[in-house]
Design a protein around this ligand. Sequence first.
Ligand SMILES: C[S@@+](CC[C@H](N)C(=O)[O-])C[C@H]1O[C@@H](n2cnc3c(N)ncnc32)[C@H](O)[C@@H]1O
Length: 401
Amino acid sequence: MRKHGRVISGLVGFGRACEAWIDVHASFVLYCLPPKISNTHNAWRMANKNLNAAKTAKKDEFYTQMKDIERELQHYWPHFRGKVVLCNCDDPYESNFFKYFALNFNLLGLKKLICTCFDGSPVLGNELLLDFGDFTDEPKKMAYKVEITEVKDLNGDGAVDLADVQYLLRNDKNAISLLRQHGDFRSAECIELLKQADIVVTNPPFSLLREYIGQLIKYERKFLIVGNVNAATNKDIFSLFMHNKIWLGYGFNAGNAYFKIPVKTKPDYAAGVYNEETGLVKFRNCHWYTNLDHNKRHEEIDLVCHYSEEDYPIYDNYDAIEVSKTSDIPCDYAGAMGVPITFLDKYNPDQFEIIGATENETTEEVRDLRIQGFTKYDRPYIKGIRKYARILIRNKHPKNL
Ligand SMILES: C[S@@+](CC[C@H](N)C(=O)[O-])C[C@H]1O[C@@H](n2cnc3c(N)ncnc32)[C@H](O)[C@@H]1O
């Protein structure tokens, strides 16, 4: 414990240095916990470890950058006043989500911020401060939660900043406590926290997105989370889009999402995905999923094209026309149209209705659109050539020219 004390005391004056904030997390958690709990928990952890699960978890380690969080969150501020925010896939000492809400706690007028940390994720960076025996290549951390109900100038330096949050965590033993059930978002104790929360904001594990969204819907929580946009084609998630229970947010800059990955992760990405200099991976297919209303979803797509039989062929197997780009949607077509999944980024529910998807038997309407003789719910075909999977939409107010 003395070793951990040294690490912490070495951080005096670290103030606004956010990177150091990330690096000290493991030792600091131990430092904050009464030794008895810490030892008991160690023993418990040792008995419950699962190396394979941890290795799988490694694939979920993508850390969201502060600038991307700021960029998206700026559009939702009015939703947060007086609200309890939960970040339930977030080690406060690694997560920029925690940092963002802690720093903006007063400006947003939050009632409470809760962050929970999963004990299966490897430590970001090189700090192997916790030793868990035979997990030598797999640095471990502990499952714990942080709850904050106010952020004031506790250290008296005239500013309210991360140094005050750190002071709070160090001195208020109610602010930080261990979780008994690994910090898995599906665990009973995390579900209890979910029930307390008004809005959940995080980047959840990529591999569990469907389950994660399913849980948010089940408990009827508001949320703003990062996810792979391809998941929108999943039958269950797509149905939520269709019924306007979920929609996309503003999105990453130019559609490019850059995430930090743990230094220890050996990246085996295709060329151009991982940048060794920055330690960032770039994904083109990430977006924000939300059920918080925002202005962009009420902006109409400017429809400048006109329908013609030549430009918009009808599918062989569906009574719908092919529109290969969202910007090409004709302003004057009243029937069903097949559009790419990227349409969801521009979808305004006052302008269009989503009636289904070509590969999902999602609605009676899709069944009715199927041309006689085609029994399978398949991708659309044009003159016998199989096309991309499409979302089927209809213009609510087509121009009558
Ligand atoms: C994509 S990373 C994002 C981390 C952080 N939210 C951020 O945006 O920087 C997903 C995080 O969820 C954690 N995680 C994985 N499985 C989890 C589970 N079942 N319950 C809670 N968290 C989990 C991972 O360890 C990882 O830290």
